[in-house]
Write a protein that binds this ligand. Structure first.
Ligand SMILES: Nc1ncnc2c1ncn2[C@@H]1O[C@H](COP(=O)(O)OP(=O)(O)OP(=O)(O)O)[C@@H](O)[C@H]1O
Ligand SMILES: [Mg+2]
Length: 341
């Protein structure tokens, strides 16, 4: 066994192997605080809703938070912002702990390997990922896992570029961030993040059109396409504009970082784009067009879109955890054999 865990600003997912299948468990990284009442008690006791009660408050956590928020006329809150624990949300830590426990479950045996994703430090903000990483690691270690962090972009390479010797450029377009990693034979040679992703697109489009941000998110997640033919002046038009701006921003930063890292010139590598924000039809083509126009100092053999963009990072964590376990096992067997003698 072994597990992968994607700790994302909007979604938390675990991956584990079951025979030849990979099984994913997912929860929305969100919660709502409601007053404790007989009605709340009844609704919660009859269902499998993930929740905790604290004094006269009940916190409904994960996928059900949005339903409860609508019924009780409250707003959902989010434990993470820009890829890491939110410093503005005082309940962030207990909520994340509950979601993570539900998504990964108990370890199958003591010190089961688990790789969890962490973003690279962003190049466009002062945020540091260290406190976030250490906090998540301590939850998992306390549960009995042997937890290791894995860079989110590197997880994309493990998941999507196994057929290319783990060589290429992986980009995860998430909610709070975009993570980029260039790896050469499974060795990361450049990695960075920018503190912009789907949340940024939603906020900008909401501001530009005077629409509530939740409404913009739901328009974006249902049937929105990047075809630039419809809805000038509407929410979809604004979404397209900020989507294009996000792509250009990411590509400009790739060019800048590659220049600074002095990457070998003869390189010819594939690019994989993934993450929830890469979901709309037209995203891959738009990214390809804009990348062609950019001045990347190495050659790109193709741009691919991951087949299951929400699952790439958790799957990459699982690949890393399994190969780590394979490395450890022969040693342990040898030790056991030596002890027997
Ligand atoms: N069908 C869709 N069309 C457009 N956007 C989508 C779709 N489905 C999800 N998204 C967006 O994808 C983002 C969530 O993606 P993902 O789960 O990869 O992010 P995350 O890992 O939680 O965040 P991060 O990596 O930034 O911490 C959100 O902004 C969400 O609105
Ligand atoms: Mg992510």
């Amino acid at each position: 066994m072994a597990k992968g865990l994607d700790v994302g600003t909007m979604n938390i997912l675990s991956a584990q192997q079951d025979g030849s299948d990979t099984v994913f468990v997912q929860q929305r990284n969100s919660f709502v605080e409601i007053e404790y009442s007989d009605m709340a008690e009844q609704m919660l006791s009859r269902s499998e809703v993930l929740h905790i009660r604290k004094d006269d408050k009940v916190y409904v956590v994960g996928d059900d938070a949005l339903n409860f928020a609508n019924i009780f006329n409250k707003n959902t809150r989010r434990p993470m912002k820009h890829g890491i624990l939110s410093s503005q949300e005082k309940s962030a830590i207990p909520m994340m702990k509950l979601i993570i426990e539900q998504v990964v479950g108990e370890p199958s045996y003591p010190d089961e390997k688990l790789y969890f994703s962490v973003p690279a430090d962003p190049i466009d903000s002062e945020l540091s990922t260290l406190y976030h990483q250490k906090t998540i690691e301590s939850f998992l270690d306390n549960m009995g896992y042997d937890a290791e962090p894995i860079n989110e972009g590197m997880a994309v390479i493990y998941s999507e570029l196994a057929d290319n010797n783990f060589t290429g450029l992986g980009i995860s377009f998430g909610a709070g961030m975009t993570n980029v990693c260039l790896a050469y034979y499974a060795v990361p040679v450049m990695k960075f993040s920018v503190a912009r992703g789907g949340d940024w697109v939603d906020e900008q489009a909401a501001q530009a059109t005077g629409t509530p941000v939740d409404k913009v998110t739901s328009v974006k997640e249902s049937d929105f396409e990047l075809d630039f033919t419809t809805d000038v002046g509407g929410v979809e038009g604004a979404l397209s504009i900020y989507y294009e701006n996000l792509l250009d921003y990411v590509i400009q930063n790739v060019v800048k970082e590659v220049d600074e890292e002095d990457i070998e010139e003869g390189l010819d590598v594939p690019v994989v784009v993934t993450g929830g924000t890469s979901s709309p039809n037209g995203f891959e083509a738009l990214f390809r067009d804009h990348l062609e126009d950019a001045n990347i100092p190495f050659s790109i053999s193709g741009v691919h879109h991951a087949s299951e963009p929400l699952y790439s990072v958790a799957r990459g964590g699982l690949v890393a955890a399994r190969s780590d376990e394979d490395v450890d096992e022969p040693e342990e067997e040898a030790e056991a054999a030596a002890a027997d003698e």
